[in-house]
Design a protein around this ligand. Structure first.
Ligand SMILES: Nc1ncnc2c1ncn2[C@@H]1O[C@H](COP(=O)(O)OP(=O)(O)OP(=O)(O)O)[C@@H](O)[C@H]1O
Length: 313
């Protein structure tokens, strides 16, 4: 008998998840013999529900929410030994994971296109005792991103994050890190360090065009101290997919990393898949192809664009 748990975060996307809940239940009831539905009431619920479903031998866990709900659900499936196949309907503001997997951004279309015969097995990152599917960021930008209010998100969408990040640029400072990987061990100063499993960051689908969800690697992108001064040159590079090999960043392609903060500060924030992340130091490792996901088997990632070079300002 095939069993599926549906986890719905009723506040994701300014309450959008509630509107599509019945459609999702109806669709999945045509694909699985038994479905069970649970609504989250706060932090940790999605993780508990998903872990419990794995332990009870469910075949699949679907969630409907933003990247935070996706992350919590994946954490539960990981704690349950990755025994359930994961599916999700994006209703958040940024929805990076659905962009990386080619899941439709419109919830009605995404529900309509669920096909239980189309799955991919993707990499997951482990960071200390937690798991992530897209990225971890450390620096000043993650702090202000955490402060984006639901009202700002509902009015401005992804732009809300962008504007907040813009504010951070005027207050930002460098932190000193020691970064150890399987290949390197060095000390660097940076206002923003990203560990990235996919090609997408903050809805920019060309951020890291050469990365894919199942290549067994993460990219660590260390922004140089001066990138903020040149922000008008940096933005087109981010949009066109050329930032990672530009003079504004150092990029490492690795399977493991230990990142330690050497600056004596207590205001460093990290962000994991769009929500508050772990404290430093962090041990990060790619778990290659451990999570089976309902997603289009043939998703064409966006390629880098060849934009004309802007003069330096
Ligand atoms: N019933 C609830 N009421 C309030 N908060 C909830 C509830 N259920 C879950 N949460 C919280 O919602 C957060 C996850 O929200 P999620 O990221 O999925 O949506 P979002 O914030 O609308 O999306 P985005 O991050 O893309 O803007 C988690 O921090 C979780 O603890």
């Amino acid at each position: 008998m095939s069993r599926c748990l549906i986890i719905i975060n009723p506040v994701s996307g300014g309450g959008a998840a509630r509107r599509y809940a019945l459609d999702l239940q109806w669709k999945l009831s045509t694909l699985f013999e038994t479905i069970e539905v649970k609504f989250t009431r706060g932090e940790g619920d999605a993780t508990r529900f998903a872990k419990n479903a794995c332990e009870r031998g469910f075949d699949a866990v679907f969630c409907m929410g933003g990247d935070g709900t996706v992350n919590e659900t994946v954490n539960g499936i990981a704690q349950g030994g990755f025994s359930c196949t994961f599916g999700f309907i994006p209703v958040g503001t940024v929805n990076d994971m659905s962009r990386a997997l080619g899941i439709h951004q419109n919830p009605t279309q995404a529900i309509r296109r669920i096909d239980i015969n189309e799955t991919r097995t993707i990499d997951i990152g482990r960071c200390n005792d937690r798991y992530f599917c897209n990225n971890i960021a450390a620096g000043v930008i993650p702090k202000v991103v955490d402060e984006v209010t639901p009202k700002e998100k509902s009015i401005l969408g992804p732009l809300a994050y962008f504007l907040r990040a813009g504010q951070a640029l005027f207050t930002t400072k460098d932190y000193t890190y020691r970064i150890k990987t399987e290949n390197d061990d060095f000390i660097c100063k940076s206002p923003l360090v990203l560990a990235l499993l996919t090609n997408v960051v903050s809805s920019f689908e060309r951020f890291m065009p050469e990365a894919s969800v199942d290549d067994g690697y993460m990219r660590i992108i260390i922004f140089k101290e001066y990138f903020i001064l040149d922000i008008l040159s940096v933005l087109p590079l981010i949009i066109s997919g050329a930032i990672y090999n530009s003079r504004y960043t150092t990029t490492l392609t690795v399977k493991k990393a230990h990142i330690e903060l050497l600056s004596d500060v207590d205001d460093l924030s990290t962000n994991m898949d769009g929500d508050a992340g772990p404290d430093m130091p962090v041990d990060i490792e790619v778990l290659p192809r451990v999570l089976k996901v309902f997603a289009p088997a043939k998703h064409k990632k966006k390629k880098a664009l060849n934009l004309p070079k802007l003069p330096h300002i």
